[in-house]
Design a protein around this ligand. Structure first.
Ligand code: HEC
Length: 208
């Protein structure tokens, strides 16, 4: 049997440990959440290259008449790891999700490469989509960091970003239909948007 003072000491220790764990847990859970300046600008996520990779688009265009570019651009998308894990088990984005889309140029010939394209050069632009329901009307907001790493103002809700994402995004205004590890999760959890289901039904009716 433990003597009373030791027992008290141990339970005090345990209380401290669980507090520390809770504090750690909180820090870990919020570690990659959005950070803002006092005037509401979003701070550019610094370590997004260590987040979960979703996909890359190469020379994507929404214009049916767009020509293939001789020097196509890549876009790479990353999401904070906590939100990726939550999506993987529920098919939904939790609050404080941050998705980064970075744009990079490409090259064709270089080193031993003879055909196809690879990513080359620095980041040419970065857009961020943030879910923060207490802060943004509609729950989500867009930010653009084209001018480097300075904190960015929210893109006004009247901009086309919001219209296209809500009219065509597969889950909660995000383009999960282009994120191959997440689309099957959304299908499994039936979290696909009505707008996306309507788009795909149209495609099935007229494949061209
Ligand atoms: C005409 C439709 C359309 C418009 C307008 C549009 N986007 Fe997107 N957006 C897309 C598509 C398609 C993807 C998926 C890209 C991929 O798969 O690489 C995407 C992905 C994104 C992502 C990755 C996160 C997500 O929601 O899936 C961000 C961030 C983003 N767009 C920002 C913007 C911003 C900022 C604007 C406005 C300045 C904008 N978009 C306007 C179609 C659009």
């Amino acid at each position: 049997m433990l003597s009373k003072p030791l027992c008290l000491f141990l339970s005090a220790m345990m209380a401290t440990t669980s507090l520390a764990a809770a504090a750690d847990g909180r820090v870990a859970a919020d570690r990659h959440g959005p950070a803002y300046t006092v005037d509401g600008r979003l701070v550019a996520p610094a370590d997004y290259r260590e987040w979960v990779y979703l996909s890359s688009g190469l020379d994507m265009s929404y214009n049916p008449k767009a020509m293939a570019s001789p020097s196509p651009m890549f876009d790479n998308t990353f999401v904070n790891p906590e939100s990726y894990r939550a999506f993987a088990s529920t098919g939904r984005w939790p609050d404080k999700t941050v998705i980064v889309l970075e744009v990079r140029g490409s090259a064709g010939k270089g080193s031993i490469n003879q055909r196809g394209h690879y990513q080359s050069g620095g980041v040419q632009g970065m857009d961020v989509h943030v879910k923060d329901t207490a802060r943004f009307q509609g729950g989500w907001a867009f930010f653009s960091f084209d001018d480097g790493a300075a904190p960015a103002k929210q893109i006004p809700v009247a901009e086309a970003c919001y219209t296209c994402h809500s009219a065509h995004g597969a889950v909660d205004t995000t383009f999960v239909q282009f994120y191959p590890t997440l689309l099957p999760v959304a299908q499994q959890h039936s979290t696909l948007s009505a707008a996306y289901l309507k788009d795909t039904a149209k495609l099935v009716r007229s494949p061209n």
